[in-house]
Design a protein around this ligand. Structure first.
Ligand code: FES
Length: 235
């Protein structure tokens, strides 16, 4: 494995360091990284937690493609080398660890919660939904915030102000929820939001959870365009 090593402030630029790792049939790339960390070089820094494609913390560039390292097998790459770099488009904190503060701020900016208006109900009140109403937004709720879609997005990599695929898909997760009464037009109908997307579709291709952010963005473009002629139309 060839690993990008970089400590901003100490190193001038990233350098690749090579490590020999056993090629085991059932080893994911993350197992290789943990082997290096445990057996060869304890100074290597990277994030991971669940090892089962749920927490979204182990995303890295593997041979140039954004992948979950716990869900990508070393054997996919033959005898190697397998080149591991931090996710493209994010500032590097150290080695393979990137700064996600801006991403978290973008998620918050779309008001990712159920907005209710004009009601005073006890906390125990249930908001029932039919299976069809659940289906309308369910795919967007599968996002694990792994950042792969941002790293794959050519717009975000060139313009960090772009709201980006996961945040827009998250906004649609609530916009399309029958229980939500909110309006996210102010954060979505912007050049730095849906209108910045050039519909390359790499975000959808990169998503390990089969969310379709490209579809979410194009769909909201239609909503925003309709709203310019039908101002009362919200969804
Ligand atoms: Fe949690 Fe990979 S370690 S998604």
């Amino acid at each position: 494995m060839e690993i990008a090593r970089y400590r901003p402030g100490e190193d001038e630029e990233p350098v690749f360091q090579g490590y020999d790792v056993p090629l085991m049939a059932d080893w994911a790339v993350l197992d290789g990284l943990n082997y290096i960390k445990d057996q060869l070089d304890g100074s290597l820094s990277f994030r991971w937690s669940c090892r089962m494609g749920v927490c979204g913390s182990c995303g890295m560039n593997v041979n140039g493609e954004p992948r979950l390292t716990c869900g990508t097998f070393l054997s996919e790459y033959g005898d190697g080398p397998v080149r591991i770099e931090p996710l493209k488009g994010f500032p590097v904190i150290r080695d393979l660890v990137v700064d996600i503060d801006d991403f978290l701020a973008k998620l918050s900016s779309v008001r990712p919660w159920l907005i209710r208006e004009g009601e005073e109900l006890p906390l125990s009140t249930e908001y029932a939904q039919t299976p069809e109403q659940l289906e309308a937004y369910k795919q967007y709720s599968m996002c694990i915030n792994c950042l792969l879609c941002y790293s794959a997005c050519p717009v975000y990599v060139l313009d960090p102000d772009f709201l980006g695929p996961a945040a827009i898909a998250l906004a649609q997760r609530y916009n399309l929820d029958s229980r939500d009464m909110g309006d996210r037009f102010d954060v979505l109908n912007l050049d730095e939001a849906v209108w910045g997307c050039t519909f390359v579709g790499e975000c959808t291709r990169a998503c390990p959870k089969h969310v379709d952010p490209a579809e979410a963005i194009q769909r909201y473009k239609l909503t925003a365009a309709l709203r310019s002629v039908l101002p009362w139309s919200k969804r």
